[in-house]
Structures are given as C-alpha cells and as structure tokens.
Design a protein around this ligand. Structure first.
Ligand code: ZN
Length: 243
C-alpha cells in the first residue's frame, strides 16, 4: 500500500461560502475521496491539528505528502517545514498543489521565492501535456480543459524543473509551467498548478488522474537520509568503516 497524507490549511472552506459550496468537507477530503483505492491508503491533516498534524513519526509513516495551502502559510512553523524537507531528502514524495507554491516546505525545497503573477478573472485553462510517455501524464490525451481556474502566469520563480510535464494556457493569454517534477535528495517533488478553492477542479477526472499517477510515481523506492560521513579509503587494508 502507498501511504498518502493529504494536508490542507482548511481555512477557506470553513470561513467562506464560495469555497464551502464547492468543497463542503474540505479540499483535503475531496482529494482523499478520489485517491483511496486498492493500493493507496489516505490520511488527512490540517493546520488546526496539534503541530499541524505533522511530526517526524507521522512523516516516517508517509510515502507521499500532498500539500494545499493559501492564506495561512505563515502559521506553519518553520520546524514543520524543515521536517517535510528532511523527509523528502530521505526519500518521501511530496506533491504541492496550486497556491502551495508559496508554502514554507515548497520554498525551502526550491530555494527560491516561488513568486508568480496571478489574477482571479474566471479564465478557462487548457493544460498541455509535454511528455505523454511519462508515468504522471499516463492516461491523459494531448491536453485537457478546465472551464474556470485562477490564472497563474510566468515568470514563476522556481529552479528549472528536472522534468516539465505540463504547461497551462489561460484564456487571458498567460502560459504557466503547470506540472514540474524535481529530485531532491532521495525524494521527488511534483508541483501541480490547478486547484483554486472556489472552482470544482479536484472533481475533474484528468486532474484526479494526474494526482493519482503522481502519487504512484513519487512513492519512495529508497528511504534513507544520505549522510556526510568521514570514511577510510576503500582500498585500505582496514575494513571499510563509516564513522
Ligand atoms: Zn487560488
């Protein structure tokens, strides 16, 4: 089983009718509902949980963390962001959705501001697949369409992705790197842009397919923090000792 933890700041859906109407049980539960299947088990955590629901013990039992945040990034302690970073460096997968681009863990893992340009004008978006052979885009045709999505535009201040899998094109004219894949240490990070809280984006089959594929692709095959040991020469007569 792949063990997924879906984290959501869970603010808009509790405080704004426009978001509650779309995600009455919160975005985290909408994502959990479509992910649960024979080989994926899902837990959820929110900002309202003690320690944000994120401890080292929780992350040790998480194969892939999915992160949705928007207005409350600053309320996530630096210590939690560092736990996520270290878990990724040790092999855990992490998927950052939509406005999670400005979350502390994502910025820490990227080492940049992750700034972008944006607009809420009800634009439509067409997402174009760049690598149809990649496991994350499996099952998607050349492109798919979202009737409404918040407009995100370049420049997106991120390191050049190791693999750029999707580009979004908005009806207002902007383009945006919408599916970005990175290796970080022994783990993988995937940023996926769709998912504004007042649009039913997470009910769109292609969006669900990409997230489900990403969970399976990011699930760790090796779970260890690579250290920085002082070692003897391998060719020394003494046994090869780490220490
Ligand atoms: Zn948004």
């Amino acid at each position: 089983m792949i063990r997924v933890l879906v984290w959501n700041e869970f603010h808009h859906e509790r405080t704004e009718e426009s978001a509650r109407r779309v995600y009455p049980n919160g975005i985290h539960n909408a994502i959990a509902d479509f992910l649960r299947c024979d080989d994926i088990e899902v837990r959820t955590a929110t900002l309202q949980d003690p320690d944000c629901g994120i401890t080292k013990e929780v992350l040790d039992e998480t194969d892939v963390l999915i992160w949705w945040g928007h207005m409350k990034h600053h309320e996530v302690p630096d210590s939690v962001a560092n736990l996520v970073r270290d878990a990724v460096l040790s092999g855990m997968g992490a998927i950052f959705l939509h406005s999670g681009h400005h979350s502390k863990p994502f910025r820490t893992l990227m080492g940049t501001s992750a700034n972008l340009t944006w607009r809420e004008s009800g634009d439509s978006e067409r997402l174009w697949v760049i690598e149809p052979s990649h496991p994350i885009t499996r099952g998607i045709d050349r492109s798919f369409f979202l009737e409404h999505e918040e407009t995100y535009g370049e420049p997106f201040v991120i390191p050049s992705p190791d693999r750029l899998l999707l580009i979004g094109n908005f009806s207002g004219g902007e383009v945006f790197r919408a599916g970005c894949l990175y290796n970080r240490g022994n783990g993988k990070v995937f940023y996926f842009q769709p998912g504004h809280e007042t649009f039913p984006t997470y009910y769109v089959p292609e969006v669900q397919t990409v997230i489900r594929n990403a969970v399976r692709f990011l699930a760790p095959t090796y779970r260890e923090m690579t250290g920085c040991p002082h070692v003897r020469r391998v060719t020394d007569p003494e046994p090869y000792v780490i220490g």
